[in-house]
Design a protein around this ligand. Structure first.
Ligand code: NAD
Length: 349
């Protein structure tokens, strides 16, 4: 068992991939995402307290590398994340990430953690949290189009927070669909594998799109979306990378994380810059309504925002206390005399 004491101040708790998997499996993925969703909800309700900025993105022909910072009065957090849709072809992940949480008071990092697993968990927790406010009543069936790394996390979060029990899966790669069907059947879902997106959306009250392709793709066309549906669109998250036909957006009430970022990166990059959207925090604080009518089409145009990662970092920092799901990393030079950094170097020689 690892214990952090004040004298360990130069050591930064580090949560590796292995630690994260033990932490999540120890709680159960659904309980983990329920807990994480509560932290996200708490933080979005304190929206005015945060420093907010669109993420800093470096684009290249194959993908994007991004830094996602935010801070409140106590903590500063950031995530490093990439998005490279062609990676899967070469056996690499599309999305990988790590992140840091620091003390605002003295600037010292207080957590360094893997965030590839954690990003899938926080993305799904955010989607399902918003599903509670935007999906129709008594949902039971969700279509999931794009059955890669994010797919199972989305399904489990929507069961944990919204009660989804039946899944209709579709992926252009049948092996991805078979993988998701196998994993999710083992979790107790009723699964239907569908040969087309048209077939997948039949009878679904929630449609999740989580495909990866660096282009203006059309995963859903207007005729596929009936009245009363909630669309949870998570794969369109970069300039020039979308999943929905523009006509769907014109029929939907659109909910976004942080409009200045989503207008550049989300589905709404296809719309005029002043097209009305509602930010999630407004719904979570009760300042704007979520779903208002049974026939309404609601759309969560998810791109991923820094405060979700901040909440995830806070959640992990709290959950590792009293566990052995971290190690102490010697990553801060911290001489007894703060001005004698050089002396520290010489004494080590
Ligand atoms: P992945 O590469 O593991 O899976 C994507 C899947 O989509 C693949 O199985 C691929 O075959 C399938 N696909 C591609 N084009 C398709 C099409 N036209 N129809 C059906 N299926 C298609 O990627 P992932 O890690 O699961 O991420 C999925 C998407 O979600 C990516 O675009 C990623 O950038 C995005 N993402 C968003 C957030 C967020 O916060 N909004 C967070 C993480 C990932």
């Amino acid at each position: 068992m690892t214990h952090i004491t004040p004298s360990d101040r130069a050591y930064v708790p580090f949560v590796s991939v292995d630690h994260m998997m033990r932490l999540v499996n120890g709680m159960g993925a659904e309980a983990f995402m329920r807990g994480l969703a509560a932290y996200i909800e708490q933080d979005f309700r304190r929206w005015p307290e945060f420093d907010k900025t669109p993420r800093v993105a470096s684009h290249s022909p194959n993908g994007v590398i991004e830094l996602m910072p935010t801070a409140d009065r106590e903590n500063y957090g950031f995530k490093y994340v990439n998005g490279h849709p062609k990676n899967v072809r070469d056996g690499f992940q599309t999305v990988t990430a790590f992140g840091v949480l620091s003390s605002v008071a003295n600037g010292y990092p207080i957590l360094l953690t893997e965030m590839t697993m954690l990003t899938a968990l926080r993305t799904a927790a955010t989607s399902a949290l918003m599903g509670r406010y935007l999906a129709p009543r008594d949902v039971s069936t969700m279509a999931v189009i794009g059955n890669g790394a994010q797919c199972e996390f989305q399904a489990l979060a929507f069961r944990a927070l919204c009660g989804i029990e039946r899944l209709r899966l579709h992926d252009i790669d049948p092996s991805a669909m078979r993988k998701a069907a196998r994993n999710l059947a083992a979790e107790g879902f009723e699964i239907t594998c569908c040969d087309s997106p048209e077939n997948a959306v039949m009878g679904a009250q929630v449609i999740t799109t989580c495909t990866a392709d660096k282009q203006f793709a059309t995963i859903l066309t207007d005729n596929m979306v009936g009245a009363g549906v909630h669309i949870n669109a998570i794969g369109g998250d970069c300039p020039g990378k979308t999943e929905l036909h523009r006509d769907i957006l014109l029929r939907s009430d659109i909910f976004v994380e942080y409009a200045p970022q989503t207008r550049v990166e989300g589905e709404i990059q296809q719309l005029a810059a002043d097209h009305p959207v509602t930010e999630l925090w407004q719904v979570l604080r009760g300042e704007k309504p979520g779903r208002e009518a049974a026939e309404q089409i609601t759309l969560f145009d998810s791109v991923g925002f820094a405060i979700e990662d901040f909440s995830a970092l806070r959640f992990v920092k709290d959950r590792i206390v009293g566990t052995d799901c971290f190690e102490r990393l010697d990553m801060l030079a911290d001489p007894d005399d703060p001005r004698d950094l050089f002396g520290m170097l010489k004494r080590a020689a």
